[in-house]
Ligand binder design. Sequence first.
Ligand code: GLV
Length: 328
Amino acid sequence: MNKPKILVARAIFPEIIARLQQHFEVEANQADETWSRAQLIERLRGKVGAFTTGTDRIDAEVLAACPDLKICANMAVGYNNFDVEAMTARGVLATNAPDVLTETTADFGFALLMATARRITESEHFLRAGQWNKWRYDMFSGSDVHGATLGILGMGRIGQGIARRGAHGFGMKVIYHNRSRLDAVTELECKARFVSKEELLNTADHLVLVLPYSPASHHAIGAAELALMKPSATLINIARGGIVDDAALAQALRERRIGGAGLDVFEGEPRVHPDLLTVPNVVLTPHIASATVPTRLAMATLAADNLIDYLTQNKPLTPLNPAVLAIK
Ligand code: GLV
């Protein structure tokens, strides 16, 4: 019997391709070519499943052109590259890759916070450029992390991981704002206090963004919000590009209206706002918060298992629109 056909849109671990090949006829992109939308659509035609990453946009246009598609499995916890409503309307299942990356991503959020607060990359550039010829008492003085007030905007699993690190590891006072308040037990575990967004902005010494991107969170941090922050505060974005207005942030950094920023995600990435590249008080990384080998392998395995379990048994592990299962 012919195996169902699937597309793996980006390069991935060879063992994941091999695992998928046990069940499917797989068209892969191990050369990691950058496809236009037309090329993505052309390759998706006739496929019942797609293994996608956050760079592959699946919307009404793609779905209309690919009527055989039954499932798109994203190798990411975020899924703003999916138009879930359009997928549900077409009976296409969407899955993401939650949980397996929580602790790794929280580690990275904390690493970015530490690097930003203590000016690690800025001072390394100085040293590498051969500019270090004597010690000075105020050279690259940063801000303290231990004992400081840690603000978290978006208190899902990753936000909670960052809160635990801050509260238990660094003795930080943790405040958070979220669409809904956590239950009392989780608040106690994270030693976190719910505050308004305004209080979060003007009280945090270090503010970490971990909220999902949606039209409602577009530019959740813009010029007005930056103006509420302490001039010494650091801002860390490990959530999604577009949540911060990068132009407004670059200006605030240049004018030293906030102390520094650590950014793993950018509006329109992989392009980076040119002004962010020229301000010194920012740490920049190329969307790598979940990038450890075991975690990336776990994310890829979960995406592959969603394809296998749905297409062979109708039992996906982490469905985003389970309504599709009922109408199948
Ligand atoms: C990465 O950004 C993810 O959403 O997993």
